[in-house]
Design a protein around this ligand. Structure first.
Ligand SMILES: [Zn+2]
Length: 106
């Protein structure tokens, strides 16, 4: 049994989600491990510079900001190197922009 709204799994014998008050659904909850896919992502930066990408990744990892570099390893990008767009969760975009500003990227 699981809650279709928040995805929490319940033992047998529960019929309503304690958090949402929603009726539980039979079966296994959908795979929510990679919750980046389910939240709104906004683009805050783009670069051709592999060094910048690696650096931003290490900083955001340290700050525990969820991010996604789109097109990082794209084979379509020939000649000019790899062009990557940095996406972060919408609710963390302001913080991520501030960090990039402090680092001199923006
Ligand atoms: Zn719930």
């Amino acid at each position: 049994m699981f809650c279709p709204k928040c995805g929490i799994e319940y033992r047998e014998g529960f019929y309503k989600c304690a958090d949402c008050g929603v009726d539980l659904v039979e079966g296994q909850p959908p795979d929510t491990e990679d919750d980046v896919r389910y939240v709104e992502m906004v683009e805050i930066f783009s670069t051709y510079n592999q060094g910048d990408i690696a650096f931003i990744k290490s900083v955001f990892d340290g700050e525990e900001i969820k991010y996604y570099f789109q097109g990082e390893n794209s084979n379509l990008m020939v000649g000019g190197g790899s062009y990557a767009r940095l996406l972060v969760k919408a609710d963390e975009a302001d913080r991520a922009r501030e960090i990039l500003q402090d680092l001199g990227f923006l």
